[in-house]
Design a protein around this ligand. Structure first.
Ligand code: FE2
Ligand code: FE2
Length: 395
């Protein structure tokens, strides 16, 4: 089978100005070319992100490797990285607020959005872990390199009761949550056709998990509405989490849709659309639940420390088609061309708006990677560029 190289990705990464010559084999460039070097028997050392698959590669495995294009490998490797990132953030939510989580006050505040929130958080966490593990196992089974981001698990944990004290890939303690997905999916306009959308709520520099036990004691009761400073703070944190859950998962829904269009192998396409469907499922669930933070009886919570308020989005000046909280299914929107009838679809799906680089840029703006090293950004951006540069080849 014809091997398809990704010259765009390679040249883009090679031209990456931040990649200094001193980084040698640790460079992002080598992460991308590593697989090819490995297959030639050269081997790669020092690449933290890409793990050489089965150094014991058997003849049978090597034969199967030849069935994947470089583009398909790049797509799977980026998705594995994205799922490791998702799993890391969901694990943090799960330790504190999942059904077996350790912070009763956070669990109670999340349960004010929906009584099943802790169970859903645990299940979503399991899903992401299974996605990451499967994608890496599949890569290895095909003789391709797995992705391992363990070297970047350096960010601090929450000090609140329930959180393990371990290094994290992602930051949830100070987030800019883009809530324009909320108005986008209620609009008949499509970002792929140039439309832009306002924020539903402006969430800037806000925690999505409790930071410590001092400001949010884990035994605090969480009545609706909250009746103490600590309860209001915790409810605002839980509300921010609710909107962050949906933000993350709508990004996953668009990412998988975008990358599916570049896949060559039918088996890889089956993987991408089948996992992608679950990201859509996640988004739909959280879209429904986070709306309860901005509907009666919970609407109106204000964070006593930051002033962030969650208004009633069903009441003036909000309400109507753009804000009504139970309009959670995608409004039919323009798609492909404006002279076609509106259709209910995942959007965006174009590479520039929904692809791998767009996803990393969005997560960076979210402050999800706040505190990460330049090497981390180079690594994930190299993986992202390679995935976006994949081209579909059907034989
Ligand atoms: Fe996932
Ligand atoms: Fe997900």
């Amino acid at each position: 089978m014809k091997k398809h190289n990704t010259p765009d990705a390679l040249s883009t990464v090679a031209a990456e100005p931040q990649v200094s010559a001193t980084e040698g084999l640790d460079s992002a460039w080598n992460r991308v070319v590593g697989r090819r070097a490995f297959l030639k028997g050269v081997g790669v050392t020092g690449a933290a992100a890409l793990v050489p698959a089965a150094l014991s590669t058997s003849g049978a495995m090597a034969a199967r490797t030849a069935t994947l294009t470089d583009g398909d490998v790049a797509i799977l490797q980026f998705l594995a990285a994205a799922e490791l990132i998702e799993a890391d953030l969901w694990q943090q939510y799960n330790e504190l607020g999942g059904v077996d989580g350790g912070n009763a006050s956070y669990q109670a505040a999340l349960s004010n959005l929906d009584g099943d929130m802790p169970q859903y958080i645990a299940d979503n966490t399991d899903d992401e872990m299974s996605h990451a593990a499967f994608l890496n196992a599949y890569l290895q089974s095909m003789g391709a390199e797995q992705v391992n981001l363990d070297a970047f698990r350096t960010l601090p944990s929450s000090e609140a009761t329930g959180a393990q004290q371990i290094g994290r890939l992602t930051n949830l303690q100070k987030l800019n949550v883009d809530t324009s997905w909320y108005t986008r999916y209620r609009s008949t306009q499509n970002p792929d056709l140039g439309a832009t959308f306002p924020q539903a709520i402006t969430i800037k520099n806000q925690p999505a998990i409790p930071l410590n036990d001092k400001e949010t004691p884990p035994g605090t009761s969480q009545p609706v509405p909250p009746k103490s400073t600590a309860a209001s703070r915790m409810q605002a944190i839980a509300n921010t989490a609710g909107f962050h859950f949906a933000y993350i998962e709508q990004g996953g829904a668009s990412l998988y849709t975008s990358l599916s269009l570049k896949v060559s192998s039918l088996e890889v396409l089956r993987i991408v659309v089948s996992i992608g469907g679950v990201e859509v499922d996640h988004f739909g669930l959280w879209h429904d639940k986070c709306g309860n933070a901005t509907a009666q009886p919970l609407a109106g919570v204000t964070d006593p420390q930051t002033g962030l308020t969650f208004p009633d989005l069903n009441a003036p000046p909000f309400g109507g088609e753009d804000f009504q909280t139970n309009l959670i299914l995608p409004e039919p929107a323009s798609f492909i061309r404006t002279n076609l009838p509106p259709v209910s679809v995942i959007r965006p799906s174009l590479t520039e708006n929904a692809g791998a680089v767009a996803t990393i840029n969005s997560f960076t703006a979210d402050l999800l990677f706040e505190g990460q090293t330049p090497k981390f950004f180079k690594t994930v951006m190299a993986l992202a560029r390679a995935a976006d540069a994949a081209e579909r080849h059907v034989h």
